[in-house]
Ligand binder design. Sequence first.
Ligand code: F3S
Length: 755
Amino acid sequence: MAFDIEMIKGVYARMGERISAARQAVGRPLTLAEKILYGHLFEGKPTKPYERGKDYVDFAPDRVAMQDATAQMALLQFMQAGRAQVAVPSTVHCDHLIQAKVGAEKDLAVAKDINKEVYDFLASVSDKYGIGFWKAGAGIIHQVVLENYAFPGGMMIGTDSHTPNAGGLGMIAIGVGGADACDVMAGLAWELKMPKLIGVKLTGKLSGWVSAKDVILWVAGQLTVKGGTGYIVEYFGDGAESMSATGKATICNMGAEIGATTSVFAYDQKMKAYLESTSRADVAAEADKVKDNLRSDAEVYADPAKFYDQLLELNLSELEPYVNGPYTPDLAWPISKFAQAVKENNYPQKLEVGLIGSCTNSSYEDMTRAASVAKQAATKKLKAKAEFTVTPGSELVRYTAERDGLLGIFESIGGVVMANACGPCIGQWARHIDDPNRANSIITSFNRNFAKRNDGLSATRSFVASPEIVTAMVIAGDLTFNPLKDKLINEDGQEVMLDEPVGLEAPSKGYAVEDAGYQAPAEDGSKVQVLVDPKSDRLQLLDPFAPWEGVDLKGLKLLIKAKGKCTTDHISMAGPWLKYRGHLDNISNNMLIGALNYYNEATNKVKNQLDGSYDEVPKVQRAYKAAGIGSIVVGDENYGEGSSREHAAMEPRFLGVRVILVKSFARIHETNLKKQGMLALTFANPADYDKIQEDDSIDILGLTTFAPGVPLTIVLNHKDGSKDEIKANHTYNEQQIEWFKAGAALNIIRQSVAQ
Ligand code: F3S
């Protein structure tokens, strides 16, 4: 950790003067999020204000965290940068590929076996390039990051949508795609549209059955799954300061459910206590020295409506527990109304399984509060009526919870402890159910509850609540049970009520762990061999993309003219293809198979101009590649919207597509294409889309004088010998034009490292 504390001191030293400069540039007091954002500009000291919701800004994050599924391509790409070490501290966490079937020990052994090649690759590439590696079983990325790396005022990106969890320790932590992680590790800037801000003022205090989880379940109900898009949510007020750091992390984690860029709390005594209890008193001491920089300016707290784009207020003393769902996390029911909702909507009343834990809710506080409920089953002569699983978020929490008898309490009511991994949260749950088509209800303390999310079954209605409410419901086996007012009948036929949960924010004997599952990187990675089996169908080392030939591109065949919506999922489908995410050649067999062909309104059926036949898009493109002929993809509006999947840009590049010409791009995909050395162009006149014909050979002219703001000329050579000449716009700046010429952004970095 010594390296980390020096890094953190450096961040705090820089932030001070940058915040003063930002206050001057913006001309008003700053909120916490603004302090952290302006404190992490790639350019250094702020010289001008950035308009929220409008300006794109280059940032320099302090850390990168990657989970095992998304790390594969990020690291394969990073290897192309030619660096000896990552540019910023980075970690890999093996958590997503472990299936929850029978229990921790056996499931982990199976996962290590079937994912061996992936784990070996990730361990060796981490070892070589100075990346901290957390083995399978060590824990879930966000919990491990919170326990070890998150720090107040820091900025982190992570290749997982719940990266904002670290906001519980006052960090701006944002979920990104693998390409962004690769760039930051390679030393490039990371671009983000300056977010707008939502303030949430919390007053009062949590008590009884109400927990931090209920705050975010309430917020989700207020803002809906789209309400946070493009916003950072800042929580503040006495209520915020009364909540544990891990409770704050739960709230920030689930900010992803309202689409928020991230969520954050200001540094306070609760964060200090958590840092100290997780062996980071040194970080707390440094944060104490700069605490005014780790919270909004006083004027913001005095008149928040003036500084936030939206403001919500919540009195924690008046909050009730919530149960959200099914199918969407913003369908928010206060528990007093939930029983009626179950009846009116015909949700299956019988609760079949309750699941607690995950990256969202597996803190020591969560475990003790849930255990205090579970314990009452024995004392009050109750038997749990539903199945029960427990997924600890990390080995640190699991080991400590076992030592303190908490896991034993869960097991006493039939709880099965799963591996410290994502498991049932991400469909990696081999659920035992008699009839997979039977409508049934489950409840989790996780974050997402979309159809099929947990067990892959569309008939399952999944609800979300706090771990203590889930545990109470497991005992009752009934979704209409409200532990605040309802009685249960025990084995002696007596009516009993469950007492309110009680918990501890931190273990009284301190945290303990025997083997946290961490592998530190080699001191000198130069001799470390990255392990990739050349015969693997899941992993493949990348070769650098070839540089531009230095001449105009002529005779490009039209591969497909896509009609209507073409998201990154249409370009590179997920589902079963995800298994090949580390193997560019294999995953390229899904290229554009979801796109609608303008000429025949079919998917995955395009004309091969070489022989006139119709075939699958990847096959036709491979035929052009084999013949040494480049091709062009034409698209409609907002091409490449959706998740920032880098494969959607890499696959066409890999298979020899040279140009993507569309009416308009989704910004992230356009940037991803540029990074891969592709030409991403837009019709100067969108109506020219109609001039593209199925048998066109297309020339791109003007590349030898390619310059920012200067349109390129496109000649459409039609089959009948006629031609059309049209103009194409682009948004390349000087640097991006260099990426194009070099063949990819990473090629430039490799060249500069080699010099
Ligand atoms: Fe894993 Fe589910 Fe969290 S997939 S990272 S436990 S949201």
